[in-house]
Design a protein around this ligand. Structure first.
Ligand code: RAM
Length: 949
């Protein structure tokens, strides 16, 4: 009887708990699943799923345990938050027991639902601490100087050093970890197996200040007896070529941080009996050369398979001929930290689309898609046959490869065959190219259709968004944006992946970052880059024009001494931090960046007059004068100083918001006062009767300014778009600015005239001032200048210039700046997500958000659009279909969030929600009449809203 009672009780309890439908999923620490971390107080997050409508989390409990067994017993011996009454699901800082180096901890979470009922525990997750103290490192930096092996000629390209060592393991291994860092790039092998799928580790940083390491679980690679550890190094960003130094005639063109690549690695073993062994790089390692006879990120790789030392990274290899490595000390003050971003990896494989033979015997391979990455070759041939691969984004009309736009990037790979009768396979290790086409020399006959595969590389970031419409041009624009982001979010956010540049240009990054958040989870990626940016702040407080920024002995930019700071570029130091805060509710990045941001605000203050306005001619000391301005705009230039003044105002506002969010009330007040004084000062100085005006005469003939010969103006699309977007204007100026912007678009036949700084806010500003019709016109235009024009000309990526290629005229800018993979103009993605499908945060981190889609007028060729955004609060969906008499909106709202859906409609009479008259639906939290429609508050769930004509 008693047993029956207990059983039925248990049954009851479990039925009861089963009925509570709320489950935490996608548990992450510092934005990563089961990561290695060196953050002592990592921030935890989860998302919630439930089939229930209006479901939310009323409380949570996190437990962290020292082992999985402990966790399975529901014991949080490391940290137990107990029941915390809170709806927070992210940025929950761990404040349990102090964590030690190498400590692995297990964690899970359960939450209480809207009725205060406890749900089930999540699945178990873990994180593991890396090496937290300098003294944890037993390894020393090793390398081997092969500079005198480099062939003479235009490019100095030494071979890759090959390093190896052996160690005996006599006990049974329980766990093994590899901690590895390189100055330059590395590949690491244990007993012949390559560790990890990552490329270009340890990434690009200001190596004088910090260098990253990675950690890997290598338990399964070790064996009893002799074990062999091998590494191949390459110059990479550390000691290789960077940017356009060769092009602009800088004396030193490579090796800005050091002369040779170095490696620091240790394998730590814990045996079954609890004892430990550390195998680390040091003086006992040996060095030699091997198959990689040249390798450089910009110039390409040469692999001579006849020089392969078979089995060099495995046991039973005789390394008697190998030399002792050189050993190097640690640099004083340099930090060694865990790589905070996601590694670069091959993220797509592309088959060949076409192969064409040219009259000169060379072959042109087309992959049908512009991307960044490498090739994988599969070939059979004779020893010493050699194939040369050149990469390009376009073809000349005669079918030959366009390489002029690569400038001094050689971007050439060579493979020398060893002549294996079974065939051989190869792909480069330490280079990448931006390309769609490959020119192959050395083939004696038509190759097999699969002899090459395109391997697209990118920082391996989770996909966050999706967009699809019934307009094929628009779908292609979206695809072009996604591919261009993929190609340029590669360790650092670069301007372009192909020519001798590939730098972390700051304006490109700041205008595009919000767009990027809608395509991928970029939190970890930008956590790294914002650090790069902070590390590269100039002594005067200005953030640089690109980051990382290598400097020479005189503290000048090493690649080109005149690269300093510029309005519109430097503000990335504020804007990028702000955007990460906005998208992910990340206040820690704000706290970390605060001192740098404050210093930058002081720099801007020094540029402004006492009233707070940055006047004409305020940046004459930099080159080009005034900075880069509205880069690549069409026609008359917007005054760069007017833009600088607006950006100063904008930064003050963002600072106010960020400081308030981290509880820095005094700073928040200071910046709030500052922004209003800047605003008044701008109105006084730059505005007359609601129109922007500038003192054009103060620019003289414009010499020294970018396109100064075109003259400067204040009354431009770019000025109004920025002023509106930045909330600089009050009524009636706001409305007037909207009118001017509309007129300026109309005066140009419904075309844009904007460059990098003007295009980003253009469509949002049109929408904000009631000109959504014009925004759609600009978006869907297929005439020059527009993104659609690129599409109808065959683009599979976003071009650097509106006129990168002109029908009938060809490549007018070919040999100069003419990249076909530049994400800056992809900044329209922001409008597509925030306006077209209308997903826009109210609170940072999307706990509350708008879904306010802007439906185009019937004359526009766009009747359906569907968007999804995987926010940190969960998956948000907004789709609309206005193709028939029955108009629908389909919405997906994650658990624990509230959406304010805005329906444009004169009445609610014929509006249905999930099949019910909306006004009678119990699912609706609230409905308010607002403007030309209704604002409908909705909690979690999926909804279909139908409007019958
Ligand atoms: C170009 C870069 C970049 C731009 C700078 C000013 O060469 O490609 O896009 O920001 O110059």
């Amino acid at each position: 009887m008693i047993r029956y009672l207990i059983c039925s009780c248990l049954l009851h309890v479990s039925l009861f708990t089963l009925a509570v439908d709320i489950t935490p999923v996608n548990l992450r620490a510092e934005y990563k699943n089961n990561p290695f971390l060196d953050e002592k107080s990592p921030r935890l997050s989860w998302e919630l799923v439930s089939k229930k409508y209006n479901q939310y989390q009323s409380a949570y409990q996190v437990i962290v345990a020292s082992s999985l067994e402990e966790l399975n017993r529901d014991e949080g011996d490391i940290w137990d938050t107990g029941k915390v009454i809170s709806s927070q699901t992210n940025q929950i800082a761990y404040v349990g027991k102090e964590l030690k180096s190498r400590q692995q901890v297990w964690w899970k979470v359960r939450v209480w639902d809207a009725d205060d009922k406890a749900g089930k525990w999540s699945e178990a997750n873990f994180w593991e601490m890396g090496l937290l103290a300098d003294t944890d490192w037993k390894a020393t930096w090793i390398g081997y100087d092969l500079n005198d092996h480099a062939k003479l000629g235009k490019y100095h390209l030494p071979p890759s050093p090959y390093l190896r060592n052996e160690a005996e393991i006599t006990k049974k291994v329980r766990t093994a970890r590899l901690y590895i860092s390189s100055l330059g790039l590395h590949e690491f092998y244990i007993n012949g197996n390559k560790i990890g799928r990552d490329y270009f580790a340890s990434g690009w940083t200001d190596y004088d200040k910090r260098v990253y390491y990675n950690a890997y679980d290598v338990t399964s690679y070790l064996q009893n007896g002799t074990n062999v550890f091998g590494a191949v190094l390459s110059d990479g960003w550390y000691s290789g070529y960077l940017g356009y130094a060769l092009l602009v005639g800088t004396e030193k063109v490579r090796g800005y941080y050091g002369d040779i690549p170095l490696l620091k690695a240790q394998v730590e073993l814990t045996f079954e009996d609890g004892s430990r062994q550390v195998i680390s790089t040091g003086a006992d390692w040996k060095a030699s050369t091997g198959a990689i006879t040249e390798s450089d990120l910009l110039q390409g790789e040469r692999h001579d398979a006849t020089k392969e030392r078979l089995g060099w990274n495995n046991v039973n290899f005789n390394d008697d001929g190998w030399l002792s490595v050189q050993v190097f000390g640690e640099k004083e003050g340099r930090k060694l930290q865990l790589y905070p971003s996601q590694p670069v990896r091959v993220v797509n494989e592309l088959p060949i689309k076409t192969i064409k033979r040219l009259d000169n015997g060379k072959y042109i391979i087309d992959f049908g898609q512009n991307f960044a990455g490498i090739i994988r070759l599969k070939i059979k041939g004779k020893p010493n046959d050699s194939l040369v691969f050149r990469y390009g984004e376009m073809l000349h009309p005669n079918g030959t490869l366009v390489t002029e736009n690569l400038r001094t990037a050689r971007a050439t790979d060579t493979y020398v065959l060893k002549g294996d009768p079974r065939g051989e396979e190869w792909s480069p290790s330490f280079t990448f190219h931006g390309f769609q086409f490959v020119e192959v020399s050395g083939l004696t006959e038509m190759p097999k259709a699969d002899f090459l595969v395109g391997l697209a590389m990118s920082s391996d970031l989770e996909t966050a968004g999706h967009l699809e419409t019934d307009n094929s041009v628009l779908n292609q624009i979206y695809s072009n944006i996604v591919w261009t982001q993929r190609a340029n979010y590669l360790d650092v956010p670069t301007d372009c992946p192909q020519r001798d540049e590939r730098l972390g240009w700051t304006a490109d990054a700041q205008v595009y970052i919000r767009s990027a958040t809608y395509n991928n989870d970029i939190a970890a990626f930008h956590t790294k880059w914002i650090q790069d940016l902070n590390d590269s702040q100039w002594p005067n407080g200005a953030f640089p024009v690109y980051a990382p920024m290598p400097v020479d002995g005189n503290g000048k930019a090493a690649i080109r001494a005149s690269d300093t700071y510029s309005p519109g570029w430097s503000e990335a130091g504020i804007i990028c931090t702000y955007e990460i805060f906005r998208a992910y509710n990340d206040t820690r990045i704000v706290e970390k960046s605060l001192p740098y941001m404050v210093k930058f605000m002081d720099f801007l203050k020094s540029k402004a007059d006492s009233d707070g306005v940055i006047r004409e001619g305020s940046f004459e000391e930099i080159s080009p004068k005034g900075g880069f301005g509205d880069w690549l705009s069409v026609g008359k230039k917007t005054s760069p100083d007017l833009l600088a003044a607006m950006y100063y105002f904008h930064c003050a506002r963002l600072m106010e918001e960020m400081c308030a969010a981290i509880g820095e009330a005094d700073f928040a007040l200071t910046y709030s006062e500052l922004s209003s004084s800047i605003k008044d000062a701008i109105m006084n100085h730059y505005m007359q009767d609601g129109a922007f005006k500038i003192d054009a005469a103060s620019y003289g003939n414009g010499e020294g300014y970018v396109e100064g010969q075109n003259g400067f103006a204040g009354h431009t699309q770019t000025s109004y778009a920025n002023a509106i977007y930045m909330h600089l204007l009050d009524e009636p100026d706001f409305r007037l600015a909207g009118r001017f912007l509309r007129e300026l678009v109309e005066q140009h036949d419904d075309k844009l005239t904007t460059g990098f700084l003007g295009f980003k806010p253009l469509l949002p500003a049109l929408s904000m001032t009631g000109s959504t019709d014009k925004a759609y016109k600009l978006l869907l235009s297929t005439e020059y200048p527009s993104l659609g024009y690129e599409v109808v000309n065959g683009a599979t990526s976003i071009w650097e210039r509106w006129d990168s290629y002109i029908k009938g005229e060809g490549f007018v800018h070919n040999a100069s700046m003419n990249s076909f993979s530049h994400y800056a103009f992809g900044a329209v993605n922001e409008w597509m997500f925030e306006n077209m499908v209308g997903i826009k945060p109210i609170e940072s981190g999307f706990r509350t958000f708008f879904i306010r889609p802007e439906i185009p007028s019937p004359d526009i060729q766009l009747k359906k659009a569907s968007g999804a955004y995987h926010s940190i609060a969960g998956m948000i969906k907004s789709a609309w279909d206005y193709s028939g008499a029955r108009k629908t909106h389909s919405l997906g709202i994650p658990v624990n969030t509230t959406a304010y859906f805005y329906l444009e409609s004169p009445s609610l009479d014929r509006v249905y929600l999930n099949g019910k008259v909306i006004t009678e639906s119990k699912l609706v939290k609230d409905i308010k009449h607002e403007g030309n429609g209704f604002k409908i508050a909705l909690g979690s769930g999926t909804y279909e809203i139908v409007i019958h004509e």
